[in-house]
Structure formats: C-alpha cells, structure tokens
Design a binder for this molecule. Sequence first.
Ligand SMILES: Cc1cc2nc3c(=O)[nH]c(=O)nc-3n(C[C@H](O)[C@H](O)[C@H](O)COP(=O)(O)OP(=O)(O)OC[C@H]3O[C@@H](n4cnc5c(N)ncnc54)[C@H](O)[C@@H]3O)c2cc1C
Length: 504
Amino acid sequence: MENTYDLAVIGGGINGCGIARDAAGRGLKVFLCEQDDLASGTSSAATKLIHGGLRYLEHYEFRLVREALMEREVLWGIAPHIIWPLRFVLPYHKGLRPAWILRLGLFIYDHLGGRKLLPPTKTLDLTRDEAGQPLKPGAFSKGFEYSDCWVDDSRLVVLNARDAADRGATILTRTKAVSAERGADSWSLVLADQDTGERRTIRAKVLVNAAGPWVGQVLNSTLRLNTKEKIRLVQGSHIVVKKLYDHSRCYIFQNADGRIFFAVPYEQDFTLIGTTDLDYEGDPEDVKASPEEIDYICRSASGYFAKPVTEVDIVWVYSGVRPLYDKGDGSAQEATRDYVLSLNTEGKAPLLSVFGGKLTTYRRLAESALEMLQPYFPASKAKAGWTGRAALPGGGFPREGTTALATEIAASWPFLEPEYISRLVRQYGTKAKDILKGSSSQAALGRDFGATLTEAEVTYLTSAEWARTAEDIVWRRTKLGLRLTTDQTDNLADYLSKISGPKE
Ligand SMILES: Cc1cc2nc3c(=O)[nH]c(=O)nc-3n(C[C@H](O)[C@H](O)[C@H](O)COP(=O)(O)OP(=O)(O)OC[C@H]3O[C@@H](n4cnc5c(N)ncnc54)[C@H](O)[C@@H]3O)c2cc1C
C-alpha cells in the first residue's frame, strides 16, 4: 500500500536521517518526517567536530571515545568534501591539568581508536611555533598538537537524507508527527503539514523516535506513552568572530572551571568559539544564547588570545540543546555524551527511541538501531554494515582529492572564479557538476544573489536538498549568511516565495 512503510522515523536531524539512510540501503521501505527544515534542531548547532572527545576520557567514557575515534577516518572516507582532518593545539596552562595528564590522555587518544591515516600527537614549543603567536605573550610556552576532524554538520544531515531518498525513502520536511495509534502489528502516524495545516495518516510496522531534544515531548504528548527514560537538555552556545589568526589549526583551551572550549578556523575568514554547558528547561525551539554565555565565551577566549575578544567582534551567535540521556549525573558537563537506544514493544508494534548521541557516532548509532530492529526485518541483516563503505552524495573521491576535483571543474568551467569552485567543491563534492552542468558562461548560472550564490545553486538546493526558505539556504545548506547583506537575503527570500518548493 502506498502509505504503508516498514519504518517511520520522526525527526530529520543527524540521527533520524542516519537511521533512514541505513534502513533504506538495507531494502526497507522508509518514511521520515521533520517538523521544520532538515537539521534545524541540534544538528546545525554543534561545534562541528568529528572527534573522539578528549575530555570524555576524564569521565571514563572509553566505549564512546573508542567508537567515536574509529568513526573519524570512516566518515572522512565517505564524505571527504564536508569532513576533513584538523590539527588541534592544546596549550599547557600552569595551574590547570598537569602536563603528564595531558600527555597520558593524548597517548590513550592516539592508540584507542584504530588511527591509521590521521597524524599522531606531537609536542609543541609555543615560543617558536606559529600557533604560539596569537596567544598572550609569554603565557604559554609549551603545548601539544593532535588530530581530529571537522564536519559541516547540517550538510552531513542533508546528505544522509538525500542518500536515503535516492535509495527509496520518503522524506517530508515541514511535516510534524502530531499523534499516533499503536496497533498490534503497526502504527498509524498522523502528520500535519506545517505550511497548510493539512493532515494525513501513514502506517508503519516500526516507529523510530529520533526527535533529539523533543524525544520526551514525542513520547509523552505525541505518542501518549509513559516512559522511565529521561532526557537531560543541556544548552551550548557559540560565537563567530572575524578570524583571530592565520594558520589552519584549531585550539582547545582549558578554563579554570574545569571546562574546555574550542577556537576553530571557520569558513576561511572567521573563527568559531565555544561552547557552554547549561541545563535547559524551555522548549528546544526557543533556545537562544544568553548575554551571560556570550560574556563567558568572550572572557574565556580573552584569557588565551593576545587581542581580547569582545562583543563588538561577534558576527554570528548560535545556540543548541544537547539531548543527553539522563543518568542523574552531576553537572551538565559531566552528563554522559553516549547514546541509549530504547526499544519498547509492550506486545504491540515496536517503538525505538533515541536518547543522546553525537554527530560523530550517528552512523554507528544507526547501525545499532537497525540491529535492534533486525528481528522485525530479518532480511535486512544481509546488508548490515554498508554505510561505512558507500560514499555520501558528492563523496566518492579520494580523501585528499578536493584539489584534484577543483582542477577538474576549473578545466570544464573555465569562467568560474577559483573561490567559487573551492566553495562548491567543499559543499557539494562531485555534485557541484550537477549544479554547473549545461552552463557555458557565468550568465548561464542565472541570477546572482551575492556572495557567489547563483540561481543554478538555489535551484539545485530547492530541488535536490529540500531547501525552502532563505534561512535554509544561507544558514544550513551553505553558510553564506556570514557574507550576504540583509537586503541580499531578503531578495533571496522574495525569489523563493515566488517559486514553489518541492515535495518528495
Ligand atoms: C553546543 C553543541 C555542540 C556540539 N558539538 C558536537 C561536536 O562537535 N561533535 C559531535 O559529534 N557532536 C556535537 N554535538 C552533539 C550533536 O550535535 C547532537 O548530539 C546531534 O546533533 C543530535 O542529533 P539528533 O538527530 O538526535 O537531534 P536534532 O538534530 O535536534 O534532530 C531532531 C529533529 O526532530 C525534529 N522533531 C522533533 N519533534 C518532531 C515531531 N513531532 N515531528 C517531526 N519532527 C520532529 C526536530 O525539528 C529536529 O530537527 C553538539 C551539540 C551541541 C548542542
């Protein structure tokens, strides 16, 4: 039946889209609904690291750290356009964690997770290394440098959704799951189109609640179930400032309160700094960085950089809510970052709920979810483990092949500016050619919205990546919001309101 699925997923963040992709590739008939835009929840508000989480070693989260470390090279391999290695500089700070602890932590970090391609840790003399230059003079003479990776978080979500759809999944954005009836063998899920209010019902053998910070709301209000699992919402905010230094490495700094924070080179001309850890009680949709958080981040960064970071330097602020599994741990920063999958059957159609999870571990989380659901779909076992071998859309070229891809594109489209090519390659990988195909001049790419955004790219984003609004395009599919003026974004919004968005 047209409206009957094997698996229905609530939530188009990284975990929902990762599960949808894995399931679709195993031959299941998959449905996913997202109440807003893909990655509009927590999955676009991260520090954007594919990392083992050095800090989690202090909380003895060895399972999580090992799994996350192992994922770095796997994810880099399947999406080398949006994921790449970063070297992290960790200055030794007198009076905080002793150097031997840092060395031991990094030794474990280097050896716990099957690192093959990423370079190992080394010691730095910050009085000579250029990484010492932007820091307070004379304050930090020694440091360490180690590897993790960078990811474009919201694009990782969209590429998983795209791949799931290419493998047959139905993905509906701006579609909220509003209620459900649970039968012995299937769920009836009632959906509301957020634009028109129109309602429709689909059926599915298994329901997956991947609503991130809304997981509890979906359990209690949408599904009207009582559950013993609890979610702990922990807010984290970031600021983006004009770039603070010229080299390409990232800093991991320690604060006197025991927390660590990052300063990451961002979108060529900026530095991303964060984050905070604060228990959060409101609706996840309303999360907003508070003046106190912004002040905390500025003060923390100013404790390290020679030039103080102040509010006037800020060009963008964003905030998100971590949906952590609540084990009743102490402070927000101590709450586990590991995930818990909870399968509820009660003799009726199964419900799998996702609690917690990092961007870094989304693929393994999806594998574990599908493994738990295998009894309901025995044939799906044959394709287990496929997601780490198959490229995400636009991937499928060697890990360090972005320069070669840019050269290939420049040869076929010689009229393009090099900066535009490198942005297209970093965002779309080989799919950049789909945007450019058939165009023999800059004019053929259509209207210029500013900051290199062309009508051809907008058309691609609305037709292949579920983009509907200017915000979808300038903050989630691209980060051109950092460069476009308000008038330019308004013009884009006008243009989008005149063309109708696609629905799959
Ligand atoms: C400050 C911060 C920094 C982080 N940094 C990192 C990092 O550097 N590296 C890393 O690996 N991880 C990081 N994380 C963790 C990571 O971002 C999250 O764990 C992950 O994005 C959670 O994804 P999710 O799919 O579970 O939730 P979400 O991305 O929030 O997705 C859930 C989706 O469900 C939708 N939804 C809810 N209810 C309904 C409904 N009724 N119907 C339809 N749709 C619904 C929501 O709109 C939402 O889009 C960070 C998190 C934060 C907050």
